[in-house]
Design a protein around this ligand. Structure first.
Ligand code: NDP
Length: 332
């Protein structure tokens, strides 16, 4: 058992773009376990767009990350010491233990996972919170019917990639939106989307119109702004919009919707959601996703950064769209 470990704390709140000095790497002593506690060695840390919101003091759906405390974050790892009846040394566990190599916990929010069925990292992506966001938004909000057309933004990412594959499995025509030819090729060739629009090509509206000549029945929105606007312009009557994320506005971009009148004209249903408010569905959703990933029907891609010290740069890269698939930090 190491006597110390490293963690990253929030050193200051960003003023504008996130910078490396918003974070601080610390070495701390490994605490002695008390009864009812266990020690987890994290193998992977998940970096997710929602962390940007937590770094700010602005009002949101969740409390801000406290200064000088371990940055919030999903983790997967193994139990290395236990004085808890429910967990044994060697158990693989998913939790929200933060940007830290080791963590002492009472196990309250830990979930045991099967390390033989899937690679541990999958439990932070397609079979974790992002996969559940895809599952919930698609199945509970868009509720697609076979033959319908679904548009997905940030299509190569952790959430978008799963949305499109699930919709294809349900017999839908799926059109992705992603940044750059490599991501679009992957979305079509590997993930099996019917089409993918490279919004960096400069013809988003025209390209999306050409790819959705029969209209759009469902929008799974991960970005907002011009992407949502372009998709709204293509909607058919009684379309459904699952509003999952607005990463396009994180850098201060204009998020105005010029096609909002189509909400009325097409009698659209728009629903935002926060996947962690639907925990009662996670067992069902994650079981389905685990089967689909294990059988190869849902594929995923990862960008893996090595070592906790590199987490801030990787996170800043995620906020600039540098990741290609689920962004992870490998800790051991
Ligand atoms: P991704 O793995 O998709 O990574 C983010 C991607 O967003 C980037 O790679 C980039 O891809 C794309 N992007 C588009 N515009 C921008 C921009 N202006 N700045 C930065 N990136 C941009 O992330 P996730 O799949 O984890 O998350 C997708 C969305 O879902 C996010 O908005 C997130 O906040 C949201 N989310 C919401 C949840 C909920 O409960 N509501 C749960 C989980 C995620 P490209 O190069 O293609 O543009």
């Amino acid at each position: 058992m190491p006597d110390s470990y490293r963690r990253i704390v929030l050193a200051s709140r960003p003023r504008g773009a996130v910078t490396p000095d918003n974070f601080r790497l610390e070495t701390v002593a490994t605490p002695v376990l008390q009864d009812g506690e266990l020690l987890v060695r994290n193998h992977y840390l998940s970096l997710d767009p929602y962390m940007r919101g937590r770094m700010s003091a602005a009002r949101s759906y969740a409390a801000s990350q406290a200064l000088d405390q371990t940055m919030i974050g999903g983790t997967v790892g193994e139990v290395v010491a236990s004085r808890h009846a429910g967990f044994a040394v060697g158990d693989a566990v998913v939790g929200v233990l933060g940007w830290t190599e080791l963590a002492v916990t009472d196990g309250a929010q830990l979930r045991k996972v099967d390390a033989d069925k899937l690679p541990l990292s999958a439990y932070l992506g397609a079979v974790g919170m992002p996969g559940m966001a895809a599952w919930y938004g698609l199945n509970r909000i868009i509720k697609p019917r076979a033959g319908e057309t679904i548009v997905v933004s940030a299509a190569s990412g952790a959430v978008g990639s799963v949305v499109g594959q699930l919709a294809r499995l349900q017999g839908c025509r799926v059109v992705g939106i992603a940044g750059g030819p490599a991501k679009c090729r992957y979305v079509i060739d590997e993930l099996g989307f019917d089409a993918c629009i490279d919004y960096k090509g400069g013809k988003l509206e025209a390209d999306l119109a050409a790819a959705t000549s029969d209209g759009v029945n469902g929008i799974f929105e991960n970005v907002g702004g011009v992407m949502l606007d372009a998709a709204l312009a293509r909607t058919s009557a009684f379309g459904r919009v699952a509003l999952c994320g607005l990463i396009g506005g994180f850098g201060g971009a204009d998020m105005a919707l010029h096609n909002a009148r189509l909400l009325l004209i097409n009698r659209l249903t728009v629903q935002g959601f926060i996947v962690t408010e639907h925990m009662e569905l996670w067992d069902q959703g994650l079981t389905e996703l685990a089967e689909l990933v294990a059988s190869g029907q849902v594929k995923y891609r990862e960008t893996v950064t090595q070592g906790i010290a590199a987490a801030p740069e990787a996170f800043i890269g995620l906020l600039q769209g540098f990741n290609f698939g689920k962004q992870l930090v490998k800790l051991i």
